[in-house]
Design a protein around this ligand. Structure first.
Ligand code: PEP
Length: 247
């Protein structure tokens, strides 16, 4: 399966920074087209502008979150149809920073993923254990519970991406061993087999401190179909090295 390298810019970037990064990526893609699919997920304020800059390139646009409702009295929120309207093809849901800081439950994440699908977006559903859960050897049961509770019911081939992001690896510079990543990704694949019609067509991304140095090793692990990259996606050269590692 062609790998997907996705950049999650989080709450970073004013208009000038975002435009400069997008232009840099478009220029790199034109010079040396990657043999993976590419996605950037800028903050909501930059979506329309970055979408225009990416138009005609092979780099897709995604939102970092969406509301479960298509419109209404939800101050500060962005709906899935709004993301679609801004040019998005994907939406991240259930990122651990949303689950933790905004107290999002599995049911909320599932509702958001379902809303994304309804708007014609591909949801990237994030799952992953905390350090305490890993220490207690609960990582598989935690991920299994999140998958059971968060995946949208109707997802079929090509309509869904799952990202395994151990919470303790996000933004810390720490990564699981390749054996640990392989264990969880194989487990997620097995869980998908129980739930979706074409489980081998669902990409399973790894996320958590992926960088230019460790990308090739991580992307070589079985059942790792790409990466969700935070910090390193804010630097064009690093993100590009990761994209090339996916080839
Ligand atoms: C993320 O937040 O999705 C992420 C993977 O962050 P980082 O790469 O910075 O660990």
């Amino acid at each position: 399966m062609r790998k997907l390298i996705a950049g999650n810019w989080k709450m970073n970037g004013l208009r000038a920074d975002g435009a400069a990064l997008a232009r840099d990526l478009v220029s790199r893609a034109a010079k040396s087209p990657p043999s993976c699919d590419l996605l950037v997920c800028p903050p909501a304020t930059l979506l329309a502008e970055i979408g225009s800059l990416l138009a005609g390139s092979r780099i897709a646009l995604g939102g970092q979150d969406c509301h479960a409702e298509p419109k209404g009295a939800h101050t500060g929120d962005v709906s899935a149809p709004m993301l679609k309207d801004a040019g998005c093809a994907y939406v991240i849901v259930g990122h651990s920073e949303r689950r933790q800081n905004h107290h999002e439950s599995d049911a909320t994440v599932r509702a958001k993923a379902t809303a994304g699908l309804g708007a014609g977006l591909i949801p990237i559903v994030c799952v992953g254990e905390t350090a305490a859960q890993r220490d207690a050897k609960q990582h598989l049961s935690v991920c299994g519970g999140q998958i059971a509770g968060s995946l949208p019911e109707i997802a079929g081939a090509g309509q869904l991406v799952v990202a395994y992001e151990p919470v303790w690896a996000i933004g810390t510079g720490r990564t699981p061993t390749t054996t640990d990543i392989a264990e969880v990704h194989a487990f997620i694949r097995a869980e998908l087999k129980k739930r979706v019609a074409n489980p081998d067509a669902v990409r399973i991304l790894y996320g958590g401190s992926v960088n230019a140095k460790n990308a090739a090793e991580i992307l070589g692990v079985a059942n790792v179909d790409g990466a969700l990259v935070g910090g390193a996606s804010l630097d064009g050269a690093s993100f590009w090295t990761i994209a090339q590692a996916a080839g």
